[in-house]
Design a protein around this ligand. Sequence first.
Ligand code: KG4
Ligand code: ZN
Length: 345
Amino acid sequence: MRILAIDTSCDETAAAVTEERTILSNIIWSQASAHAKFGGVMPALAQRMHKERIDWVIEKAMTKANTSWKEIGLIAVTEGPGLAIALEVGIKKAKELASIYGIPVAGINHIEGHLLSPLAKSAKVFSSSLGLVVSGGHTELVLMEGIGRYKILAQTQDDALGEALDKGARMLGLGYPGGRVLEKIAKEGNSKKYPLPLPMAGREDANSWSYSGLKTSFYRLITSMGGHELLNRQQTVDLAAAFQARAFEHLTRVMKKSILQLDFKPQELLVGGGVAANIELRKKLREAGKELGIRVRFPYTKGLVGDNAAMIGVVAGIKLQSGFAFDQTELSRIDRKPRWSIEAV
Ligand code: KG4
Ligand code: ZN
C-alpha cells in the first residue's frame, strides 16, 4: 500500500510517498534561511510558510513517485511533538485530502519517525531495540520493546544536543542553525587546545544529560578572550572543536552508563535526528557500540536524517506490517499534540 506522508512540525514543509519501508519520493522545503535572521524558529512565520508551500510539496512528492490518488491507501501525518500552529497546517491538509479521496489518516509521532528512520529500506523484522534521537528539540535514549511500546531511559534536563550545538555556534558568531557549520570548522581545529569541563564528569547520572554548564563555561571562555569578534581563525576552529568534542563525549558517556544499567544486552541501537548527520558523532557512537557489543544503525540517506516526511511514512508502513489498521474513524481523533511524549504513543 502506498502512503502519502506529511510533516510540518517545525521549519521544514515536507511530503513523501512511501510503500512499506521503501521511499518513493521525499520532498523537503526548508524555511531555515527565513528564520536565520531571527536566530531561531518563529512560529507564526513557520505557519505562514507551511501554508504557502504545503500544496507544492505534496504535488511534487506525488509526481516524483509517479503516483495517482487512486494508489494512495493511507495518509500519514505528524501530530506532534512540534510547534502547535505549524503542526496544524499539515493535519488540516491531511484531513482535507482524506475527505476528498476517502482515504484513512494515521497520526504519527515525529520522534518515532526519527527513531525508526534507520529501518527504512531494511527488511528486518522489528524486534526489541534501543533508539537514540539527537535533534534540535530532543535528546532521548529509548527502549523500544515493540512498535508503540517505548520507554525513555535517558533524556536531557535542559537543552537538546542540537540546540546546545546551535547555541555554541552562535557564541562563535557562526549564525543559525549552526550545528553543521560547527562540524565543518571543528574538523580543522584541535579539540584539546582549550580546556572545557566535561558535564557531570565522573558523576554522570545514567538517566540525564545537561548542557547548560558546558554552555556557560564556553561563554565565559569566549568572553575572557575578548568576545568572538576578536578571535582569529585558528582560535575559532579550536574552540569549535573543543565544544563539539565535549558535547559528544557527554552524550556517549551518559548513553553508555544507561545501557550498562539494563538487565539485558540489547542487540542494536537505532540513531536518528538532525545531529546524526554529524560524521564525528557517528564515529563516536560506533566506537561506543563496539565497546558495548551493540550494532549501531543510522538512516541510509541524508534525506532521512533532518526533518522529513519519509520517516513518518516509514513508521506508518511498519505499523501496517505489524498489523495496525487505520480507518476513517481515526480522522476526528487526530489533532495537534505539541508535547506528545514518545512514551504516550
Ligand atoms: O531533526 P532536526 O532536523 O529537527 C528537529 O526535529 O529538531 O534537527 C535539527 C538540529 C539542529 O540543531 C541542527 O543544528 C542539527 O540538527 N544539525 C547538526 C548537523 N546537521 C544538523 N548538528 C551537528 N552536525 C551536523 N552536521
Ligand atoms: Zn525532528
